[in-house]
Write a protein that binds this ligand. Structure first.
Ligand code: SF4
Length: 377
């Protein structure tokens, strides 16, 4: 057994961190005026980067952005509107707590719940099923998240859910979104740090077609400080050498094939379809919808009469626009937004990136990435 396997604290060893930072500085030397642009696509990575203060010690020749890695942030307003409509119709809607305050076109689920509509927070889709078993009413689980949480949704549907339960899927699939980010005008991303937990399910092989198509390297990394730094060193090395390939820097959890059983469950229940990601674009194959054979548990089919027609949009106050889309595309930072830390704060979020604990703006705000507020009170 090596040192790293003996103690989880080995992954926070300062001496090793310094050596990795030295290696990163060496790889980024000479890029100070045109920093190497790397992107990670995971709120958990951003949380770890902020929590351990890694961004402050990265070399000046490296720009590290968080891409569209927050599932709450990319859930589009029309998807929120669907959940709102169902709750307004008296159907009991359950969802994860982070989803409550995300703005829809008209209201958020939190605002609607405050008016007495049947909206409840659950910690898991399994809990949503248990609630549905407590009554004969119609229950809808508003399911969000990437392939990691979609697997849990698939598992409950494969396990004989009650007839009064259905799923409103807003699940997203990450690999196609990486392609969209690269194709955006102004994008300068030279490599991607991929999330180790999602790759535990999909396997690192899922990124090979992307790398072959776009000629950018991908490194799969874990969530401890040394995992992230080691992943960045490898990614910077590949990017500077022009080597487009996938490297697994999280081998203690991730394999090339991934979790075959979980993949089987995921694709038995879901299929990929195109759909909008809030602030990003329409992402081909970026949304996960229930397959037709699951129509009895698909809230969009089961409650089609409630969900048909257009939603009235509330008049929005005149102010500088939310820049979540640019932030998730790596084209801006939270501190570039005029509303950051002023009109937009965690207790009164303007945009989705300030709502979720995985949102870039929320994380930067929480860990001190606040602007100079000047003459603000
Ligand atoms: Fe949007 Fe608020 Fe972030 Fe600005 S600070 S980009 S308004 S979420």
């Amino acid at each position: 057994m090596n040192d790293a396997a003996r103690s989880p604290l080995s992954f926070r060893d300062p001496a090793r961190a310094r050596r990795l930072l030295d290696a990163l500085a060496h790889l980024c030397a000479g890029r100070e005026s045109d920093p190497l642009a790397l992107m990670h696509v995971c709120g958990s990575h951003e949380q770890a980067i902020a929590r351990f203060g890694l961004r402050d010690v990265l070399p000046k020749g490296l720009d590290l952005f968080m891409g569209p890695g927050c599932p709450v942030c990319v859930t589009d307003a029309p998807e929120i509107d669907e959940a709102v409509r169902l709750a307004r119709a008296g159907i009991r809607v359950t969802t994860y707590g982070d989803m409550l305050r995300v703005p829809g076109s008209d209201v958020s689920l939190a605002e609607l719940g405050g008016e007495g509509a049947p909206v409840e927070v659950v910690y898991s889709v399994a809990q949503a099923v248990e609630l549905a078993r407590t009554s004969d009413e119609e229950w809808v689980f508003f399911s969000t998240g990437f392939e990691t949480t979609a697997v849990a949704t698939a598992a409950v549907l494969l396990d004989d859910p009650p007839a009064n339960f259905s799923v409103l899927s807003a699940h997203k699939y990450i690999p196609p979104a990486m392609e969209i980010v690269l194709e955006m005008p102004g994008s300068r991303v030279e490599g991607f740090l991929a999330a180790g937990h999602a790759a535990t399910i999909t396997g690192w092989g899922v990124f090979e077609p992307f790398v072959a198509r776009h000629g950018r390297p991908v490194v799969v990394a874990g969530f401890e400080p040394l995992d992230i730094l080691a992943g960045l060193v490898e990614l910077a090395r590949l990017a500077r050498a022009g080597e487009a390939r996938v490297v697994n820097a999280f081998p203690r959890c991730v394999t090339r094939e991934g979790n075959r059983r979980a993949q089987d469950q995921l694709w038995r229940v879901f299929e990929r379809v195109g759909g909008r990601w809030r602030g990003i674009a329409r992402v081909p194959n970026g949304n996960l919808r229930l397959r037709p054979e699951w129509s009895a548990w698909d809230a969009r089919r089961r409650h089609a009469s409630v969900l048909s027609g257009r939603v009235a949009r509330a008049a929005l106050p005149a102010r500088a626009p939310c820049r979540c889309g640019e932030i998730m595309a790596g084209l801006a930072r939270p501190t570039d937004c005029a509303l950051f830390g002023r009109e937009c704060q965690p207790h009164q979020p303007v945009g989705a990136c300030m709502v979720s604990s995985e949102g870039t703006c929320r994380i930067w705000h929480q860990y001190g990435g606040r602007p100079d507020l000047g003459d603000a009170e």
